[in-house]
Design a protein around this ligand. Sequence first.
Ligand code: GLU
Length: 481
Amino acid sequence: MDNALKMKEPGADLGEGTFLDSVESYIDRAFAHLDLSEGLAERIRACNSTYTVRFGVRLRGRMYSFTGWRSVHSEHVEPAKGGIRYDASANANEVEALAALMSLKCALVDVPFGGSKGALCIDPKQWEVHELERITRRFTQELAKRNLISPGRNVPAPDMGTGEREMAWMADEYKRTGPADIVNANACVTGKPLSRGGIAGRTEATGRGVQYAIHCYLRDAAHEGIGGRRDLSTMTVAIQGFGNVGYHAAKFLSEEDRAKVICIVERDGCIFNPGGINVEAVHQHRLRTGSILSFDGAESSPDKKRGLEVECDILIPAAMENAITLENADRIRAKLVAEAANGPISFQAEKVLLKNGVIILPDLFVNAGGVIVSYFEWVKNLTDIPFGLMERRRRERRNAQITSALESMTGKEFPEDMREEFLEGGQEIDLVRSGLDDVMRGAYHRMASVLSELPEIRDFRTAAYYIALKGIGDAYKAIGI
Ligand code: GLU
């Protein structure tokens, strides 16, 4: 479950505008580089529809009312795609901003979805599992009535406060509504458990994408790396938000790339160790105690602010929007910020960071791993065949022939440490990771090309917005809008 950190009330005006204002300002800034007619720009910018639903569920001997939203930002490609978050401070302004980010994200990474987002105003911790199930099923019925959950029209997924359990309930309830197309019904949501039509690697996908995004930047010879270095094992990392995304990103970067995670920030404080924190041990500690604090491999502090402001090579905000605003932007001491959350840097704060020379890899790119693997899951559900099934044994046979040919040609044995991996035909998880890596590299390449071809665009976010808005604009123009 995404268990992200809360810093600010979503939708709250920070004195520098709301989250939606920030997203719209980023959009307008990129529009200035595009030659779109005013009417078309306005069409792309505005959210198509926001449905508010209030429903009652009888629980604990009385009726409880719940409010939820599902915004559809764009339908230039269908279905529209995006998560559903469960959060007590969710509101329509926040959901619309998140839906816009989904449209842009899908367009940037080139997955064939429009953008949507949903939320239910609820604190999931206040309810028992069986109660959450009833609430989720009721919410699903309301969404289904308006085609806001459907394999071809609108496909929800997990977000903050929801996970594969909620997605399994939603898919099951959707089937009970009697859809005409029952064969494809499993594709009505993504992020389901493997046993209910999910795909290997979906839970880790966003964190995995964060790792791949950083790799893309470090491989790019057009930039000087981070502090002149390209090897992650020489770098320090701070993570804000130790939910599904933050945990996986921290785990992969520290265990596979040997980066030093020196600080982890959560809603009740932060832990710090300049010598490096054992991420998996913190995860286990949190499962046992309910908090990252008092972990014996690091110094604990109730001061959340300090964590974000720690000196490090890479800062990964992986919690909520507006983690970095005018209030703290000047105190950020990271060399690179990789936005694993949606909208963690306000429009005004970004100007300060850029002025201070901080490199920002934007959310549209960095956190796209979730929806990319959701796309694979959706395709798997529609085709009803696991990835790799048809060719795995054939590839294994072919690889075995290559090894024996090499052995007889050279008279030497194939290296034992490589044999197993070489002979293996590719499990679903390998194919998912390979596909994710490929899509991330493609998106990075498009951003890098814009930066090298259009000198007036100088930062990754404007490049990402430029590509996304151009793609959406071209799709609208193609159908005569
Ligand atoms: N909630 C995730 C996001 O913000 C995933 C969306 C999806 O898989 O549709 O990108």
